[in-house]
Ligand binder design. Structure first.
Ligand SMILES: [Zn+2]
Length: 300
């Protein structure tokens, strides 16, 4: 009797949660120094973001727990990522670094390699060459990519456009044409062993280029970050993208991502929207929420 009860208590939670585990490949962290610096306080729907960087961390961690997010790729300034990792007692945080330019935070390849060796960078990204008027194929990014290939550090690169006000304010060199996934093609050719994924699946701008690139380069994955929630228009694009990539046969390289930025509620909203898509089977959804990212991350 006791043994039966024990089995029940040990197995029941695993059974309940085994269907709903989620890996979020696109989460952002902040510190007081940069909280709210880029994103406006209210989102497209008028929802206000968290009040402070610490409240934002707590609300995001709460969402991790509530929605059984077992792993989260967290990118932000290095200080914020280390802070999140220190406060994470469930081993959820995968340490990324948000870098828009090759020299963000005064970074260079020597310091970068040391951070990789120290375990302070586990994924190189989110990279946003688009925001600094560069592309990942430019010479300044190559020393980093060589290190990533050598240490088997995955790369996460922004594709598609960005905040429409960005070009007029904090990212004056951002241009829509720089979000074209084809601009990473040289990287795929020159570093064939590099693990790499697109963020935002080409955005509203380049979904067909994203699919074609994935068809041509079987090592390439994508996340769905921001597209699942930020505007009705991105939801429209990502719905078409998912239909098309399912038809094309590459859905097993699509990974869930929220890109909550300063709005932690976006995690739930993204999960709900993906779950609402009827043309995806339960197996498709399990793949997007967990299996595809687990394979990409070599978790099991
Ligand atoms: Zn992005």
């Amino acid at each position: 009797m006791k043994i039966h009860l024990l089995i029940l208590f040990v197995l029941l939670p695993q059974f309940l949660f085994s269907q709903t585990r989620i890996i979020d490949m696109h989460v952002h962290s902040y510190s007081d120094s940069d909280f709210g610096e880029r994103e406006p306080a209210s989102d497209h729907y008028g929802m206000k973001g968290s009040a402070t960087a610490e409240q934002h961390r707590q609300e995001t961690f709460k969402a991790f727990e509530q929605f059984n997010i077992v792993k989260a790729m967290v990118s932000g300034n290095p200080e914020s990522v280390i802070n999140w990792a220190q406060k994470d007692n469930s081993n959820r945080v995968i340490k990324g670094i948000l870098q828009f330019a090759p020299d963000s935070y005064g970074m260079d390849s020597v310091r970068f390699e040391q951070m990789v060796k120290d375990g302070d960078i586990e994924i190189f990204g989110e990279l946003g060459p688009y925001y600094s008027g560069t592309t990942l194929s430019d010479p300044e990014w190559q020393p980093y990519l060589r290190i990533c290939e050598r240490y088997d550090i995955p790369v996460a690169v922004h594709t598609g456009g960005g905040d429409p006000l960005g070009t007029h304010t904090w990212a004056p060199k951002a241009r829509l044409k720089l979000g074209d996934p084809y601009l990473i093609e040289d990287v795929l050719v020159n570093y064939p062993k590099l693990r790499i994924y697109m963020m935002h699946a080409g955005g509203e701008d380049w979904p067909e280029h994203a699919i074609r690139l994935m068809a041509y380069y079987p090592q390439l994955y994508t996340d769905l970050g921001v597209m699942l929630w930020v505007e009705p228009n991105t939801q429209r694009y990502i719905t078409e993208f998912l239909k098309n990539i399912k038809h094309a046969g590459y859905l097993d390289r699509v990974m869930f991502g929220s890109d909550q930025m300063i709005w932690p509620y976006a995690i739930e909203k993204s999960i709900d929207f993906l779950n609402s898509l009827d043309f995806l089977t339960e197996e498709d959804k399990t793949g997007i929420f967990y299996d595809n990212a687990a394979r990409f991350l070599k978790l099991e």
